[in-house]
Design a protein around this ligand. Structure first.
Ligand SMILES: [Fe+2]
Ligand SMILES: [Fe+2]
Length: 146
């Protein structure tokens, strides 16, 4: 289950940053909120990039499933990118109400997305991809920086 473990750890870390950023914004601490939100946004977008450029293509090549779950996940990444960019503008403008209003649908979408990946896609990756290819894919993902 090496893919699941690596990817789940990143989901948890992003969830934690999301919650901390929200807490800071609720307290009206925009300086701290902006720092935490930027970390959340950088880490989340990097995680999407790892999936789209390394994990998903490997899964598609091994299984031949190109139009299935990975396409749905890519579409959800686009929806989340849009919400993250709206939150980024809101925090730049110190607009607490808009930030919190957009944070809510993002959190719901992110929880559902991560659950689908963890319960379905990553499990399928761990079952179908040969061990050496999984290790190689993780090495590639570890090297991806901003
Ligand atoms: Fe994803
Ligand atoms: Fe993910």
């Amino acid at each position: 289950m090496i893919i699941s473990e690596y990817m789940k750890t990143e989901h948890r870390a992003c969830d934690e940053l999301f919650a901390k950023a929200e807490g800071a914004v609720i307290d009206g601490n925009f300086e701290e909120g902006e720092k935490l939100f930027t970390d959340f946004s950088d880490d989340t977008l990097r995680h999407f990039f790892k999936e789209e450029t390394a994990l998903f293509p490997t899964f598609e090549n091994v299984t031949g499933m190109r139009e299935g779950p990975t396409q749905m996940m890519r579409q959800e990444h686009e929806q989340m990118r849009d919400l993250i960019s709206r939150m980024s503008k809101a925090i730049d403008a110190k607009d607490k109400d808009t930030y919190l209003a957009v944070a809510e649908p993002l959190m719901i979408l992110m929880q559902q997305h991560n659950m689908k990946e963890e319960q379905m896609l990553y499990t399928m990756c761990d079952r179908s991809i040969p061990v050496d290819v999984k290790e190689e894919t993780i090495e590639i993902m570890k090297k991806i920086r901003d």
